[in-house]
Design a protein around this ligand. Structure first.
Ligand code: ACO
Length: 432
């Protein structure tokens, strides 16, 4: 809390409201007492400018393109860590030492299997079921198959084992859902493979076509998952916190987060980007048409992969992913026309006043799909990949919310009612 206050003038009265200061110096007006003191609420649809909690997990400066997990720059983590180290950092607040990391890796292997009865679930989804609906359903059901996993083992000392189990099992579910959708035999996790290699092997190994694990792919996957691991109070994370605030346990809360992520304005954007690039390609690369549609105020069409609620400059994650996309494609000698389309679109958008004046830059989803394609991951699995990455962030926020008395209050926004004030009841036969 800072010593300063803000004054609100209402109906001839002045109300002094406290100002809260973040560790990085940003200030927020604490309006919690305003309703009690003045009878006024505040209106902020879409939470454009409302902090719903205090959080020490991720720092984001959207004007300067800075993203840090627990104080570490995203660039350093993406360059030097494996995904599970970063998951450990987000959830426990510190990077693991050698022994802690080895134990965490061991737990990943130990808990990688899912209950065999869960495998029958896959048989009862329709053949074209979305892997996101499968993932959300199966994650919610972990609560029943592993009730002991959903108890806070040590709420004030971290949830390392619970986390390892969840990260590991959801990875297995994701790979199994892909195999089932292809009608292929399941490939079980192996004890000799690390987190990302195991995932790629479960996805692509076949009895008649053994999968060769390519270190470049493993390193790219680590990077992508790290870059998606947390992004403070985004839609899916806020969903996990809101659902969890009602006392819902970890797994169903995560399942709600997966559903929120699915939307095309959020994690589903990586699928929508590829669809858009394919459409432009099939339309003789008519960039002007699509840019024109996106600029037309009477057309709801948008260029997916551009713009962000918080970043008003280049998304730092998009910068890293763009460079990694070039590396992978050139080192593996893969040519993808969609990369050329993406680069040309970005070039044109960056010269266009409409996009410049609104600070619309590529976001994390713009290039990620092109790397996933190079890895052989099908488009309908892209948002599942995002969910695998975001899992540690959701867990960290769920845990933080429960450990903080203030933000663990049940989430319950106010509204400005704009319906009919009151009218007399009319029985059914007399309604005209
Ligand atoms: N293409 C064209 N115009 C855009 C775009 C876009 N991608 N994004 C925003 N705009 C325009 C809006 O039309 C609006 O213009 P106006 O001021 O003339 O009305 C202005 O820019 C501001 O846009 P808002 O919708 O108010 O911004 P908001 O913060 O609510 O939305 C969002 C952010 C949803 C990401 C938006 O930029 C968008 O729809 N982008 C495309 C979808 C996408 O890529 N989503 C992934 C986001 S990253 C993630 O969640 C992982």
């Amino acid at each position: 809390m800072s010593n300063q206050t803000a004054q609100v003038h209402l109906d001839g009265q002045i109300y002094e409201l406290p100002i809260v200061e973040s560790t990085t110096g940003e200030r927020a007006i604490d309006i919690r007492s305003l309703l009690r003191l003045s009878g006024h609420t505040t209106y902020d649809s879409g939470f454009m400018n409302t902090a719903s909690c205090e959080s020490g997990i991720t720092y984001l400066d959207g004007n300067n393109g800075i993203l840090r997990y627990r104080g570490y720059d995203i660039e350093d983590l993406a360059e030097n860590c494996v995904f599970i180290e970063v998951a450990y950092l987000l959830i426990n607040g510190e990077l693991p030492d050698h022994e802690e990391l080895e134990k965490f890796k061991y737990d990943m292997i130990r808990y990688a299997l899912i209950h065999e009865d869960m495998i029958h679930f896959f048989d009862h989804f329709p053949p074209n079921a979305s892997p996101m609906s499968i993932l959300s359903t199966m994650t919610g059901s972990l609560h029943d198959f592993y009730p002991e996993m959903d108890l806070e083992e040590d709420p004030y000392g971290g949830m390392t084992t619970t986390t390892a189990r969840l990260l590991s099992k959801i990875r297995t579910i994701a790979a199994f859902s892909y195999k089932k959708s292809m009608g292929l035999p399941l490939v079980y996790p192996r004890a000799d493979l690390n987190y990302c290699s195991n995932f790629l092997n479960m996805m692509f190994d076949r009895p008649n076509m053994p999968y060769k694990i390519e270190p470049l792919m493993v390193s790219a996957l680590n990077k992508l998952l790290i870059l998606h691991a947390d992004h403070e109070q985004n839609c899916s994370t806020s969903t996990v916190r809101l659902v969890g605030s009602a006392g819902v346990r970890l797994y169903p809360s995560i399942s709600a987060g997966i559903s929120a992520l699915w939307g095309p304005l959020h994690g589903g954007a990586n699928v929508a980007v590829i669809r858009m690039l394919e459409l432009i390609y099939a339309d003789d690369c008519d960039f002007d048409k699509y840019i024109g549609m996106a600029k037309d105020p009477d057309n709801p069409y948008r260029l997916t992969g551009f713009g962000h609620r918080v970043y008003k400059t280049y998304d730092p994650r998009a910068k890293i992913i763009k460079a990694a996309t070039h590396d992978i494609l050139s080192q593996l000698n893969i040519s993808d026309p969609l990369l050329d389309i993406a680069q040309e679109l970005e070039y044109r958008v960056q010269k266009d006043d409409y996009f410049i004046s609104r600070n619309l830059y590529p976001n994390v989803d713009f290039y990620s799909g092109i790397i996933y394609r190079a890895m052989g991951i099908p488009t309908n699995m892209f948002t599942v990949m995002f969910a695998l990455g975001r899992l540690p962030g959701w867990i960290a926020h769920w845990q933080e919310m429960h450990m903080d008395k203030e933000s663990s209050r049940i989430g319950r926004p106010r509204q400005v009612y704009n319906g009919i004030v009151k009218r007399p009841f009319v029985p059914v036969g007399q309604r005209g």
